[in-house]
Design a protein around this ligand. Sequence first.
Ligand SMILES: Nc1ncnc2c1ncn2[C@@H]1O[C@H](COP(=O)(O)OP(=O)(O)OP(=O)(O)O)[C@@H](O)[C@H]1O
Ligand SMILES: [Mg+2]
Length: 460
Amino acid sequence: MELRVKPPRNEVMEATVKTYPITARESQSILQALRTGVVPKVGLRHLHVGRSREIVEMVKDIDRVAGGGASLRFIIGEYGSGKTFFLSLVRQIAIDHGLVVTSADLTPSRRVHGTNGEARSLMQELTKNLATRLKPEGGALASIIERFLAAALGEERLATSSDDQAIQKRLGPLEELVSGFDFAAAVVRYARAYRNGDEGCKSAALRWLRAEYVNGADARSALSMRNIIDDSVVYDHLKVLARFVKLAGYDGLLVVLDEMVNLHKLINSQARNANYEQLLHIVNDVLQGAAADIGFVMGGTPEFLEDARRGLYSYPALASRLAENRFAHQQIVDLSGPVIRLQNLAPEDLLALLGNIRHVFTSGGLARHAVPDEALIAFLEHCSRKIGDAYFRTPRNTVTAFVGMLSLLEQNPGTGWRDVIGMVDVVPDKSDGRATSEAVQQYDPGSANSPDDELASFRL
Ligand SMILES: Nc1ncnc2c1ncn2[C@@H]1O[C@H](COP(=O)(O)OP(=O)(O)OP(=O)(O)O)[C@@H](O)[C@H]1O
Ligand SMILES: [Mg+2]
């Protein structure tokens, strides 16, 4: 099949011209991430293409959480298809909507269930990555607590009052929740230490809240607290945290978990099933309306979901909970259930994406040599010849190579895009989560072969 994109349709190219101002710093950090094949931490709205229906659905989830409800979605997509990008975008939207967001990648030693500190270690990571509008890159725990205290006491009394009662009263709703009493006690200790300028006690309370105490004895001697956050209370603790951020004045908590495939990879069936049981508990809690102010978004590959031996479907109760609409397929999408399957980006999306990248590149004042629209098409055509459909299905290497080409043109004034395009090396993403292409291999201006000037169509 041959798709004619000839000449680039105005609306496509117009859609690529973003009006958001981009700072040089933002532009540099976006490009640095793309160059190494990772999803940028900032500025995703400058890049983002496609998947508008899925995003609309996620915004509804965010609104549900903000309205006191709960939500849960599994975002399922092939290796390299854009799961992490999508999760990061949702994370950003939730922050903009006034939620606190926390995120973590699962690893063999960081899981939703554990018996040897694996779940606690997930909690540590999630607490470290707590992010708010003022602290979008994480590390927001202390500022969330201080916002809570300010709301409970009023700014002035925060520094002076010896009255713990107001704090305790405001923490009241936490104490109804499992593990909420301990959480509240840690916050009270933090407040006291804050007032007394006791840095040691303040950091001990933060350590407790960050799930950093491994044994009860240490917590007892530092804080006179009996319990710690261990593997068994992690989900309860998240629910307490969700209610706490609400009390602090935020709209709720969104928990973003990526690389869920690590559960599928667990060889030990007992450990795997224990994790699936914990997931089932969360799914039930959310779908049955027992959880409040909290949303979950979890990214994984189709095998994590579907594999009948080791995937979520191997756990019958989960399989029935997550059963998808049997009418849904590639063309007819059903976004009403807990599973959202990311459709592949289309060639047009990639064209728009290259336009966005060019925009990021030029608006940081970095490029004196912005390439014309026809170069974008020529570039995609080149990638299509090299790696077939993979150039838009798993776009990481296409993106990496394109940024490489722009950098090269930037560094070699006087060199035209036609001179370099044929030399850009792009290989299929090796499905291991890491970038596999060297963007542009040893550039040699003398040997450049000029590709077809017409460049009006590219193959699908
Ligand atoms: N919707 C999108 N808009 C713009 N760029 C995107 C989009 N989706 C994916 N990308 C690009 O594709 C690259 C790869 O996507 P991403 O890392 O999200 O894939 P993944 O599914 O998480 O891969 P893996 O399975 O290896 O974890 C991103 O760095 C980004 O450049
Ligand atoms: Mg990923």
